[in-house]
Design a protein around this ligand. Structure first.
Ligand SMILES: C[S@@+](CC[C@H](N)C(=O)[O-])C[C@H]1O[C@@H](n2cnc3c(N)ncnc32)[C@H](O)[C@@H]1O
Length: 231
C-alpha cells in the first residue's frame, strides 16, 4: 500500500488508539503491515489469516521489530470460533472483505468479538475507482461493467471477488448492527499519478490525500473506502 494511502488510514485510527493498551484483532492481517506497528505502540495484537506463509512472514517481521504479535491461522468468517466473544477493543478488517466468501457473516463475526463501544476499522476496494482505472487504461467496457456489477467486478478475469462503494459498505455495517462513524476515501490520487511524480514530492502527495480523504466528492472515488464503525 502506498504511504500516502496508508497515512489516511493511520490518521483515521489515531483517535481510536487511546492511551491505554488495547486488545486488537487484525482479521486478514497478512504479514503485519498494520499489526506490527500497532504492537510497537504497545497494543496487544492478534492476527487471524488463512495463509501460513503470511503468518510466518508476520512472525519474522514482529521479531525484527522486537514485539510479539499472536498469529492464528483461520478465516475472518470464523472469528467467533477462533477467539472469545467480547475480547477485543478494536478489530481491523483491511483489504480482506473483498476476498471473504460471505462479507456480511464476517462483519457479524467481527461485531461478536468487540466489547461494547469497541471499534471496527474497515478498508475495502471501491468499484468507482476501479472503473476510473480501467477507463484510463482504455478498457471502457470493463469500466462500465465495474460500475454496473453488484460486486463491482470488471469481468470474468477480475481477481477481486467483491468491491464496495461507501454506500454499500455503510449499509452492510448497519445490517451487522454497527453504528457507522467516519467515512474516508483512501487514495484518490496516489494510484493515478505516475510513480516519478509521486516519488518527487511524497509529502505534498500525502497532504493532498489527507485533504481528498474527507472531500465530499473526491472521497467517493478513492481507490479504497475506509470506515470506522462502532459496536
Ligand atoms: C491484501 S492482503 C491485506 C493484508 C493486511 N490486512 C493489510 O492491510 O496490509 C489480504 C489478506 O487477506 C487474507 N485473506 C484472504 N481471505 C481471507 C479470509 N477469508 N479470511 C481472513 N483473511 C483472508 C490474505 O491471506 C491476505 O493476507
Amino acid at each position: 500500500m502506498r504511504d500516502a494511502l496508508a497515512g489516511v488510514v493511520w490518521d483515521a485510527l489515531r483517535p481510536v488508539l487511546a492511551d491505554r493498551r488495547l486488545d486488537i484483532v487484525d482479521a486478514g492481517g497478512g504479514t503485519g503491515g498494520f499489526a506490527v506497528p500497532l504492537a510497537r505502540l504497545g497494543h496487544a495484537v492478534t492476527v487471524v489469516d488463512p495463509t501460513p506463509d503470511s503468518l510466518a512472514a508476520l512472525e519474522r517481521r514482529a521479531a525484527e521489530a522486537g514485539v510479539t504479535v499472536t498469529g492464528i491461522q483461520g478465516d475472518a468468517g470464523d472469528l467467533g470460533e477462533l477467539l472469545p466473544p467480547g475480547s477485543a477493543d478494536l478489530v481491523l478488517c483491511h483489504s480482506v472483505l473483498e476476498y471473504v466468501e460471505d462479507p456480511a457473516a464476517a462483519l457479524a463475526a467481527a461485531a461478536g468479538l468487540l466489547r461494547p463501544g469497541g471499534a471496527l476499522s474497515v478498508l475495502a476496494a471501491n468499484p468507482v475507482a476501479t472503473a476510473v482505472h480501467r477507463a484510463l487504461a482504455g478498457n471502457f467496457g470493463e469500466a462500465r461493467r465495474a460500475l454496473a456489477d453488484t460486486a463491482g467486478r470488471w469481468g470474468e478475469k477480475d481477481p477481486t471477488p467483491h468491491r464496495f462503494t461507501p454506500e454499500a459498505l455503510t449499509i452492510l455495517l448497519a445490517k451487522a448492527a454497527f453504528t457507522v462513524g467516519e467515512v474516508h476515501g483512501a487514495g484518490v490520487f496516489a494510484d493515478l499519478v505516475p510513480d516519478r511524480l509521486a516519488e518527487a514530492d511524497p509529502d505534498g502527495l500525502a497532504k493532498l490525500e489527507r485533504a481528498a480523504a474527507v472531500h465530499p466528492v473526491l472521497r467517493d472515488i478513492a481507490t479504497r473506502v475506509h470506515v470506522l464503525a462502532y459496536r
